[in-house]
Design a protein around this ligand. Structure first.
Ligand SMILES: [Zn+2]
Length: 658
């Protein structure tokens, strides 16, 4: 056991997990040992005969569970990015135990009693103390014994269901893949794309985790498009039943905790605070967005010469882009080579704004050979943290793109941050990796989260970096997207991979003009998913759902967002954000993206008012907002940055909704 790498802190620089030494058989013993250790530490806190103080109670809790923390953070990262069959088995076994362990701490009456006795005059301590108090109450610390017993059962069952949901989904991406025998049916895809999906004389196009598959924009065969679309929206049908169970059990849990429904419970500790605030916000957007999408649909039907179906939308949207804006997205790809986008785009923008620099560290390995590691230095040359980058899709990686931490910054432990970004770019069989413009934007977005983690300058790990309310966390990353199209940044990274020529200015002009097109589609697709999430989590306790697909249709209808040509970005059966384990933390929270976009649009306006890409601007954003993480009221941090409360108008303007 002594050689289990999780039992002692990593000896590598920045305490980077020692992936070369970590093997699958280390996880379960490390989890078990880590949970037992933390329970002993908690027991020591409650057994302390001294009166409760911040140091001997709250800070002692912050210090507890280091082995468990190291194990969990590495395991969840690997389970998301490189989940072998064995990792998935461990996931199924360990998640319910972890839930039980959390409950054992949060429902510990002696511990809760001590927390309630603590007082402090220090503002950072007071903020953390209140966080702990609220965490405990929301976890059920105030409930009676029988109620707590039921709560524990519910939590375990919810964890099990969510794990099954995500595992079904991972399997469905290949199990429901489009399979064709004749490459002619794939006409429209590039030769290399077709070659990349050839398997034993067949062509297998796996599903990405959202409704509208990117290939729909290119496939010329209408029947192939229809088949792909139907496979996409009908994948993992067994997940409908799991979703109903998850939603009804969450409603029951909310009632136990004193809330009218799961949505009310979910937003209570967010910046939104009430369900009414969320509904008011979404309500302002639905009408104009649908009207916008209907106008776009008319233009598409005109282009097609017949009434289009949902699987035709992307294809004819591309055509309209070409004919009306004379713009072909594929023309841009040769200018977006991955390494250039990263170094001369993402890193360059951060260098200009914040004065930070990057050095690749080939000696520091990730969990997979494709993972790259960079050391990040501050303006004065001092160490800031590590950034790991895992750009490529693989069958063992879940869909989408995300940032996660491998080490949280904190002064308490003297830890510098180790953060990572995952993307899902198809790895070419040979030659350079060329990105779409969407993928470029995603790279900037995820790096915005990475900066939030890297610039964290707080005392306690519980409130480090991106540990902010869920409906706030997307805001800094969305702001960072603005630099992808900032003229000086774009000129720096967007160069032809063969000739080194910059993107022709007129191509960029066309791209910008074409960007406004299809905003109706994008907004409706998003809002429909947000409102579907909302409907599932507004279920009253005890309310049952007989037919989940009918429920889904009714939810969209009654929210005024039902539009047969634009389905939700995620249907119930593959809505991982709200039903999966790990990422599933967005239940009654998918609204967060547009909620954060209000702050984002305000902030982009501020940067533009202040001459954009300047060190002074970056420093102000970093000091007022990024560095404080969740160590204070984040809306106060926003006001300190922007100078006033957020207004919705800049968002409406951006989305073409006024
Ligand atoms: Zn994000």
């Amino acid at each position: 056991m002594a050689e289990n790498p999780f039992f002692a802190p990593s000896a590598l620089p920045y305490r980077l997990p020692d992936f070369a030494r970590i093997r699958e058989e280390h996880y379960l013993p490390a989890f078990e040992h880590g949970m037992a250790e933390q329970l002993r530490e908690v027991e020591a806190i409650t057994a302390n005969p001294e009166p409760a103080t911040f140091a001997n109670t709250v800070e002692a809790l912050e210090r507890s569970g280091q082995i468990l923390y190291r194990t969990t953070i590495v395991f969840s990262s690997v389970a998301a990015s490189d989940a072998t069959d064995r990792i998935r088995e461990i996931e199924t076994e360990i998640f319910p135990k972890l839930t039980k362990h959390d409950d054992a701490i949060r429902l510990n009456r002696a511990l809760y009693a001590r927390i309630k006795q603590v007082t402090t005059d220090d503002p950072q301590e007071a903020w953390l103390l209140e966080k702990y108090r609220v965490d405990f109450v929301r976890a059920g610390a105030d409930l009676s014994e029988p109620e707590q017993l039921r709560l524990r059962e519910l939590n375990e069952e919810l964890t099990r269901l969510a794990t099954s949901f995500s595992q079904n989904l991972l399997k469905a991406s290949t199990a429901s893949a489009l399979v064709v025998g004749d490459p002619a049916e794939l006409d429209g895809l590039s030769e290399s794309a077709i070659k990349a999906i050839e398997k034993d004389g067949e062509y297998v196009l796996p599903l990405l985790n959202f409704t509208n598959q990117p290939a729909l924009a290119e496939l010329t065969d209408r029947n192939t498009r229809r088949r792909l679309y139907e496979l996409s929206v009908n994948r993992a049908p067994e997940n409908f039943g799991l979703a109903v169970r998850l939603a009804t059990l969450r409603a029951e849990r909310a009632a136990l905790l004193g809330y009218s429904d799961h949505a009310a419970y979910s937003v209570a500790d967010q910046t939104a605070k009430t369900t009414e605030a969320v509904e008011e916000m979404l309500g302002k957007l639905v009408g104009p967005a649908v009207a916008n999408a209907r106008r776009e649909a008319e233009a598409l039907a005109q282009e097609a010469g017949f009434p289009i179906e949902p699987w035709d939308w992307s294809f004819y949207a591309e055509k309209v882009r070409k004919s009306r804006y004379d713009f072909d997205g594929a023309e841009l790809r040769p200018y977006f080579e991955l390494d250039r986008v990263l170094r001369d785009g993402v890193f360059h923008a951060a260098g200009e704004l914040y004065g930070i620099t990057f050095t690749e560290r080939d000696d520091l390995a990730g969990y997979h050979p494709d993972v790259r590691t960079f050391e990040v230095f501050d303006t004065d040359g001092s160490q800031l943290g590590l950034f790991l980058f895992d750009p490529y899709a693989r069958p063992t990686k879940r869909g989408g793109a995300w940032m996660n931490n491998l080490v949280d910054q904190s002064h308490l432990f003297g830890h510098l941050p180790v953060v990572m970004n995952n993307l899902n770019i198809t790895k070419p069989t040979q030659g350079p990796t060329l990105l779409t413009f969407d993928e470029v934007t995603t790279a900037f977005h995820e790096f915005g989260h990475a900066l939030h983690g890297l610039f964290s300058d707080v005392r306690f790990p519980r409130v480090s970096g991106t540990e902010v309310p869920r409906d706030f966390v997307e805001y800094p990353s969305q702001v960072n997207e603005m630099w992808a199209t900032w003229p000086s940044v774009l000129a720096n990274f967007a160069r032809h991979h063969e000739t080194g020529e910059p993107v022709p200015a007129e191509l960029l002009e066309k791209m910008k003009a074409a960007e406004r097109f299809n905003q109706g589609f994008a907004t409706v697709e998003y809002l429909a998913a947000a409102l579907l999430d909302w409907a599932w989590h507004k279920l009253a306790p005890g309310q049952t759902v007989e037919d989940p697909e009918a429920f889904e249709a009714h939810a969209l209808q009654s929210a005024g967002i039902a539009f047969e040509l634009v389905r939700p970005r995620y249907r119930t059966n593959y809505f991982a954000h709200i039903f999966s384990s790990g990422v599933g933390g967005y239940s009654a929270g998918y609204y967060s993206y547009i909620w954060s976009e209000v702050l984002d649009a305000e902030s982009v306006e501020w940067f533009k008012e202040n001459d954009g890409l300047r060190r002074e601007n970056g420093d102000h954003f970093r000091t007022a907002l990024l560095s404080v993480g969740g160590s204070m009221d984040v809306m106060d941090a926003f006001r300190a940055f922007r100078g006033h409360d957020p207004r919705i108008e800049p968002l409406l303007e951006r989305r073409g909704l006024r």
